[in-house]
Design a protein. Structure first.
Length: 256
């Protein structure tokens, strides 16, 4: 960044806006060190500007990774938090509706957040029994199929930060042993799907595949339903068609 402010511009405002642009372009929270490197500003200046932006609600700090992402007030400039995901939802919805019709199960579209995944869209099947609405809800990273898929893509440092804190036992079947969870992740990454059996909600199962952009999950397709209908065998039989749906959406996202 050119540290010389243009005539008539306030230098600190220019710098703060430049940091916001960097953060907005990143798919994951950004550390002070990375922001310093990319902006050409020293860490003290970056830290001071981030404190101001955080106090104003324009960035939010992840207490686990100590990194920064856009805050609510920044995203609310686009009307509301969901608006930032409008293009993703618009691209994905036709594929998700086709998938729901094909397999007749409820479909969720989720995106990565700090310590979990946020559901931004939900397609209901024609079945009489549905899962609850998850839209606008953040699911735990250790007990949801989408969260486990996200974990499988994190590097060791990020994984340590998330798994070395106390993990909530959401249901009696929730796995809270970090060693057991770590043992699942390599297989999840290799298989290209993750599933849960009553770990996030009693009596409910789910299976997930990632929608990749630049080799990292931009979003997740989550098929979920009551365990009486969506058994493990049933979920595994759906893997090929769910993966294909993820690939189709991923190809569309690659154009942007």
């Amino acid at each position: 960044m050119d540290n010389t402010a243009k005539s008539g511009n306030v230098q600190s405002v220019e710098r703060a806006l430049f940091l916001l642009k960097i953060i907005a372009r990143k798919e994951k929270p950004v550390s002070v060190a990375v922001l310093s490197e990319l902006s050409g500003l020293n860490r003290t200046t970056v830290w001071r500007l981030l404190n101001t932006l955080e106090d104003s609600g324009f960035v939010e700090r992840d207490d686990v990774s100590k990194s920064y992402a856009l805050g609510y007030n920044a995203t609310s400039l686009c009307l509301n938090l969901m608006q930032q995901y409008a293009p993703l939802m618009r691209i994905s919805r036709p594929y998700l509706k086709n998938l729901s019709r094909e397999i007749n199960e409820d479909i969720l579209l989720a995106v990565p957040r700090f310590s979990g995944t946020l559901t931004i869209d939900q397609i209901y099947s024609e079945n009489g029994i549905h899962v609850k609405s998850y839209v606008n809800e953040v699911s735990h990273i250790h007990s949801s199929s989408t969260g486990k898929m996200l974990l499988s893509y994190l590097d060791r440092q990020e994984l340590d930060l998330l798994l070395n804190q106390p993990l909530q036992k959401v249901t009696q079947r929730t796995i809270v042993d970090p060693g057991v969870i770590r043992g699942q992740l390599a297989q999840i990454r290799a298989d290209g799907y993750s599933y849960i059996l009553g770990e996030n909600n009693d009596g409910e199962n789910g299976i997930c595949t990632p929608i990749l952009k630049n080799n990292f999950p931009a979003a997740f397709i989550n098929v979920c339903g009551p365990e009486s209908r969506l058994t493990l065998d049933r979920m595994l039989s759906l893997v090929p068609v769910i993966k294909e749906c993820s690939r189709q959406i991923g190809r569309q996202l690659a154009q942007y």
